[in-house]
Ligand binder design. Sequence first.
Ligand code: ADP
Ligand code: MG
Length: 243
Amino acid sequence: MPVLQVKGVYKSFGGLLALAGVSLAVERGERRSLVGPNGAGKSTFFRVIGGEHRPDRGEVFLFDQRVTGWPPHRLARLGMARTFQTSSLFPEKTVLEHVILALLVRDRLRRRFWPTPLHHLEAEAREVLARLGLEGREGVEVRFLSYGEQRQVELAMALAQVPLLLLLDEPLAGLSEEERHRIREILKGLPRDMTILLIEHDLDFAYAFADRVTVLHQGQVLAEGLPGEVRRDPRVVEVYVGG
Ligand code: ADP
Ligand code: MG
């Protein structure tokens, strides 16, 4: 049973057809990279899966359940988490407060009757932050963090939910070389049963990370398959050479 199945999704903005019939199935535990030139429709595709955009046509299934048009919090309840391409943090809250907030939301969505005691949440949040190399930064307000550290906090918030399906939209964008290295290592070390869909412009990483790769071009799937095959596919080479 695929974790995620998308069937013939269309999405247009005014006269612009951003997605023109995209279908895709991702198996449990699979790492799938989604690549393609700027404007190919990758982020729009994530927004359709993530419930921010309702598709004009087509269907989305999560764990065999039809979830087309569901809002993000209902998808989170089924185990989907995502990071955003732009920052969505509270400048005057600390790093630790952000992760505790993510844990509170998780518990709330899972309809736990008894709230987890705050000191348990705090311990769990500190653990997640340590895993992401943010040890020692817990008490710092987010506005004082570097851009790269802010992206790490967003990732920490997503991972705190222990998602079954994680959507990552360009997690390496805008980071320093050192930060890129750290995030790549963290992503490689995530539990194998976590299904991950990755959009990434760093093609070396996108291809190395993935079990399978899907190439989007002008709102359609241009190629899909094993990383080595897709990367050599003449149609894919042409799109990247042609810009
Ligand atoms: P990618 O992430 O692959 O670079 P996007 O999904 O962001 O591509 O964009 C695909 C196309 O849809 C682009 O032409 C973009 O300008 C357009 N687009 C995306 N979001 C919107 C929006 N909210 N309103 C209008 N046009 C949009
Ligand atoms: Mg994008």
